[in-house]
Design a protein around this ligand. Structure first.
Ligand SMILES: Cc1ncc(COP(=O)(O)O)c(C=O)c1O
Length: 403
């Protein structure tokens, strides 16, 4: 049998080099645990970066996948199917949105949102209204449209020319947004919690100001909830976690993916009617989007997230983890900041992030890096209290061992 080092080495030789290789080969998962090819067990607080919302090998997901794969995996996108309708209905019944466009990934959901908002603005504002306001430290994906509104474009000149008419405002600073608005502004796109940028939550007043600016200037407000949505903030949609005196701040369009499929590749752009209706036959689409298998899995995962007590559990585990981390911070002096929202938690420490991640991995905890040096915890949403406690024990032990 090929050993782990050979698999890593041979993979490096034939795969395009998009990520730094990890020193172990992942083999399988069960619940909140992942196992490498040598049989070592890891508590998976990465969850594929906020993807495995129900953990690994969830029995309901397995049942749906098996049944639906045997029934029908694919059919031409122009056909209605009961599975597509069910998944869309769950979204519409539990949000402020009226229309759903299924895609296969986060970046595709963002592309759909950009096209939708620009066509809406072309038809409802003016033919030259095509500008987009995004934010410093934003991440929206890696295709040309989504990369064009991602902060990193400013350091990747080798991909130019990017999309024109994109402006970067300061996050959580509505005055900075206001100064960039002009007659050609079509849309503002914002992450309710900046994920890749370093787990920075938007504040509710800022989001409320964005809503007002969009209403006043006839601009489409897009929330990129790809990382923060689908239960991760303790609400079904991320926007539902932000309110001013009980009034929730609603976007016009939202992008979802990641946790929506629990590991099965699926995403969606969801929109209020006037915006979603801008996409018409022949203006957008995708071969795989809305396929019966993806939609059946998404319906199962979303149904589970919306089941009784599930979101309460997310909020309870979140408070438990933040409380525990604050205690570790006070006792060890090695944590410099804790931030985030729900089960999207960022921790800054006095240590080099790569070394910290390696040490945590050696001690059996998988996590990820966000921003320049932030430790990101995005466990499965159904992680047990016992496993959350185990994560705190491992983080404390690792911080104490590191010099
Ligand atoms: C906020 C946000 N938007 C978009 C994306 C892109 O999603 P995908 O990697 O599925 O294309 C991500 C992925 O990390 C994300 O976190």
């Amino acid at each position: 049998m090929t050993n782990a080092n050979d698999i890593i080495k041979q993979s490096e030789e034939i795969l395009v080099n998009t990520y730094n290789s990890q020193p172990v080969v992942m083999d399988h998962g069960q619940g909140s645990y992942a196992y490498d090819s040598e049989g070592k067990k890891y508590l998976d607080f990465a969850a594929g970066i906020a993807v495995a919302s129900l953990g690994h090998a969830h029995p309901k997901m397995l049942e749906t996948i098996n049944k639906q794969a045997a029934r029908m995996m694919t059919c031409q996108a122009s056909y209605a199917t009961a599975e597509k309708l069910e998944a869309a209905q769950i979204i519409v019944d539990n949000s402020c949105f009226d229309l759903v466009y299924f895609a296969n990934s986060g970046t595709e959901a963002v592309e759909a949102a950009l096209k939708c908002a620009r066509k809406w603005a072309y038809e409802n504002k003016s033919k030259s209204a095509n500008e987009i306001i995004t934010f410093k430290n934003a991440f929206h994906g890696r295709t040309y449209g989504s990369a064009s509104i991602t902060d990193k474009r400013r350091t990747q000149a080798f991909f130019e020319p990017y999309l024109d008419g994109v402006h970067f405002a300061e996050f959580n600073d509505s005055a900075s947004v206001n100064s960039l608005i002009n007659d050609n502004t079509a849309a503002i796109i914002v992450e309710p919690v900046q994920g890749e940028g370093g787990l920075e939550p938007a504040n509710a007043f800022f989001l409320a100001e964005l809503r007002k600016l969009c209403d006043k200037n006839n601009i489409c407000l897009i929330f990129d909830e790809i990382q923060a949505g689908m239960g991760r903030l303790g609400t079904f949609f991320a926007y539902q976690a932000f309110n001013i005196d009980g009034t929730i701040i609603e976007p016009d369009i939202a992008c979802i993916a990641k946790g929506m499929g629990g590991g099965f590749p699926v995403g969606a752009m969801v929109a209020k009617k006037p915006y979603g209706a801008a996409i018409t036959v022949g203006t957008h689409g995708t071969t795989y989007g809305g396929n019966p298998l993806a939609c059946a899995v998404a319906a199962t995962v979303m149904g589970e997230i919306l089941s009784d007590g599930f979101l309460d559990h997310v909020n309870k585990v979140s408070s438990y983890l933040v409380d525990g981390l604050q205690k570790i911070q006070a006792a060890s002096g090695k944590i410099t900041d804790i931030r985030g929202k729900g089960l999207m938690i960022g921790i800054d420490t006095i240590f080099d992030i790569k070394e910290l991640l390696r040490a945590l991995q050696d001690n059996g905890l998988m996590a990820t890096q966000a921003g320049k040096a932030t430790l990101r915890l995005t466990p499965p949403l159904n992680v047990t209290m016992e496993d959350a406690q185990q994560a705190l024990i491992t983080i404390n032990k690792t911080l104490n061992e590191m010099k």
